[in-house]
Design a binder for this molecule. Structure first.
Ligand code: SF4
Length: 328
């Protein structure tokens, strides 16, 4: 059985259920790297070139941690996921960057996903990927259909049940993931946390920010808890047609939670040196100021500490609570 390595980083948080279904239906075994830890981060940092953002360094560390444990590595070239919306150049260049920086990496499966080039091109690239595992075109077609179904189910589970990708993935992997009933039992504040999924849900990077807020009796809302249609509509109101692949998720979630869900505060978690984030955050921050809703921008890197983060979060929650008391 061919073992396919999937690094637990970047697009993993959005597409893992779909990728897992696809490879398993083709008879492959999926091997996922462990949770991010200091060793993985240091491995990635040791190979990364200057100006690489933290999430890419972490991906490199995860790839190194999978070397020797799989026959091939899945790192797709995800250029465009919608009409005239593009991923950042670091994500597009990931397979080539990985080959150059980690020569010991096994064969990289890097199908190009570029909606701008049309459906036929997309089908051809996925079919070519499937041919690595089987020569049976019907088996590939069925694997694609089932993978897409699981992607839709994953998305509607997160938005329908208001759960995070981690909880949804844990369910798929059949771990006990029911939220701790003590959390959010009588939440005092409604806080939206927006940002890239690979920053929010990698607990090593985010220093367990979401769990910390829940322990502080905040009801936490994230971009995945909103339907794609509502995200897109909110983003369109704030910035027009999105240009970046994550724009609808981040700006759309910010706009939706500020204007429609009327949360008590919004926290944006970005990473130092991210070009798209530096442009996107300003729109949400500006709207929060107009609506007079507290907004906390956090920028993380490998030197951020949990203590520093908690200090800022405590001050933010104090401010939100004070404002609530004044408004009541
Ligand atoms: S969008 Fe930002 S954080 Fe994500 S890979 Fe690109 S530069 Fe890094």
């Amino acid at each position: 059985m061919i073992k396919v390595g999937i690094p637990r980083a970047l697009l993993y948080y959005q597409y893992y259920p779909m990728w897992k279904t696809f490879f398993e239906r083709l008879g492959a075994e999926v091997v996922v790297s462990p949770l991010t830890n200091k060793t993985i981060l240091n491995l990635g940092v040791s190979r990364a070139v200057a100006d690489t953002c933290l999430p890419v360094k972490i991906l490199l560390g995860h790839v190194i941690s999978l070397v020797g444990k799989c026959d091939c590595m899945f790192i797709p070239t995800v250029t465009s996921l919608g009409r005239k919306t593009y991923n950042c150049s670091k994500i597009i260049g990931l397979p080539n960057m990985t080959r150059a920086l980690i020569p010991e990496c096994p064969l990289i499966l890097d199908p190009e996903i570029d909606i701008e080039k049309g459906r036929y091109n997309l089908y051809q690239n996925i079919y070519k990927l499937g041919r690595y595992f089987t020569s049976n075109p019907f088996k590939i077609k069925k694997a694609v259909e089932e993978a897409w179904e699981s992607n839709l189910a994953y998305r509607s589970e997160m938005s329908g049940e208001e759960i995070t990708p981690i909880q949804a993935i844990d369910r798929i992997c059949q771990k006990n993931c029911d939220p701790d009933p003590s959390l959010n039992s009588s939440p005092l504040l409604r806080i939206a946390v927006i940002g890239h999924p690979y920053v929010l849900y990698d607990e090593y990077v985010s220093h367990r920010l979401i769990s910390w807020l829940q322990r502080m009796e905040a009801r936490v809302f994230t971009p995945e808890m909103v339907s794609q249609g509502a995200l897109y509509a909110a983003a369109k109101r704030l910035v027009g047609v999105p240009h970046w692949a994550f724009e609808a998720d981040i700006i759309g979630a910010g706009g939706y939670y500020l204007e429609e869900a009327k949360v008590d505060g919004v926290i944006n978690v970005s990473v130092f040196g991210c070009g798209p984030d530096s442009m996107m955050v300003g729109f949400v921050q500006h709207r929060a100021r107009e609506l007079e809703i507290p907004f906390l921008p956090l920028s993380l890197d490998e030197h951020s500490t949990e203590g520093g983060l908690v200090t800022r979060l405590e001050a933010f929650l104090d401010m939100v609570k004070r404002r609530e008391r004044i408004c009541v």
